[in-house]
Ligand binder design. Structure first.
Ligand code: ACO
Length: 323
């Protein structure tokens, strides 16, 4: 028998305010047509004034716990993947822990920008396989609207806010690729590429800063690296693109999503796409897409999923899991 980290519940939260592309036309030199055709984005949600990453993370966690039929004290650990924690410290995860009324276990944040949720899943998987935790709440939550330079048309139209959460639980499997749960992972980073995607603030400047991106460069790395990492993770699990029921990609740009699926030889009707409604929600985008995929009736128990993401660092990776 092999212990697997199996998804027991999923949920998400999106802030109420929906911002269509047309809203940007009033303030910057852009158009709905440009944004749609270059990115696939039609609208995104923005957090209300005063609404924070830990607020949204808590709402997503509550939805995932309800779906799992669990209460907060059934959870041993909380990992929040985020680059936009409410404060420099403490972690957003400990704030979520307090808000859930959870008085036991441990909580911490994971920061690998848009790839953060994949890294957090790897970490949760390791906690479960090493018996340090039986149930882990893994949350991706972001308020990227607070990192935007609203005068920069090349970045401000691309990002959105939101949160998604999974409850992972250790369950016994057979040790082969028919098992439910996380089957394999592939993680990578290359710090030489810092300058193509970063935030120009932090403790070194005393400001929160704004997101800066060389979009074309990031695009080139994404197309190249995402299919490779997905392929590597599938290979580790003894599977191929032909075994995949759903690719759940990081939702940054429909053209990257399509190019990756093509390189993996998986047709687009087996790809969960939410970028049109959410924009790029960084570490929240994969759990949001998983939750929406389940709510739409696309993802069903037993489906084989490969989720892949790339972001600032550069950091990138993928996970193969059976729902
Ligand atoms: N409206 C109108 N025109 C625009 C806009 C806009 N919002 N933004 C840029 N343009 C202009 C540019 O100024 C440029 O004009 P020029 O030719 O006169 O210089 C022209 O449009 C073309 O710009 P490109 O940057 O070449 O456009 P491209 O087709 O590459 O699309 C985009 C840009 C959407 C940013 C794309 O490169 C992309 O998606 N990159 C990857 C982003 C990504 O994957 N990020 C994920 C990681 S995010 C993270 O980790 C936080």
């Amino acid at each position: 028998m092999t212990i697997r980290a199996v998804v027991r519940g999923v949920g998400h939260y999106l802030p109420e305010r929906v911002v269509p592309n047309s809203e940007f036309e009033a303030t910057i030199d852009t158009s709905d047509e440009w944004i749609r055709s270059r990115s696939g984005i039609e609208r995104r949600h923005f957090a209300a004034e005063g609404q924070t990453t830990s607020d949204m993370a808590t709402r997503a966690a509550q939805a995932a716990l309800a779906q799992a039929g669990l209460v907060p004290d059934d959870i041993d650990a909380i990992i929040v993947a985020t680059s936009t924690a409410d404060l420099t410290f403490p972690s957003a995860a400990t704030m979520v822990q307090a808000r859930l009324g959870m008085t036991r276990g441990f909580a911490y944040d994971m920061q690998a920008v848009c790839a953060g949720f994949v890294f957090a899943l790897a970490n949760a998987n390791a906690l479960i396989l090493s018996a340090q935790a039986r149930r882990v709440l893994v949350i991706g939550a972001e308020t990227f609207s607070r990192l935007m330079d609203w005068n920069d048309r090349t970045t401000s139209v691309l990002f959105g806010d939101g949160a998604g959460a999974l409850v992972l639980e250790g369950q016994e499997g057979m040790g082969d690729s028919t098992d439910r749960g996380i089957l394999s992972l592939d993680l990578n980073s290359d710090g030489r590429h810092k300058d193509i995607l970063y935030v120009d603030g932090g403790v070194s400047t005393g400001t929160t800063g704004h997101l800066r991106m060389m979009g074309k460069e990031v695009f080139r790395h994404a197309v190249e690296k995402l299919a490779d990492t997905a392929h590597t993770a599938l290979e580790k699990a003894g599977l191929t693109g032909g075994d995949v029921d759903w690719i759940v990609p990081h939702q940054a740009n429909i053209r990257i999503i399509e190019a990756t699926a093509k390189r993996m030889q998986v047709p687009m009707d087996r790809v969960i796409v939410t970028v049109q409604d959410h924009g790029n929600t960084s570490a929240a985008s994969i759990p949001l897409a998983l939750s929406v995929g389940v709510a739409r009736g696309q993802i069903k128990p037993g489906d084989l999923i490969v989720a892949e993401a790339i972001g600032g660092g550069l950091a990138w990776g993928s996970v193969v899991l059976r729902w």
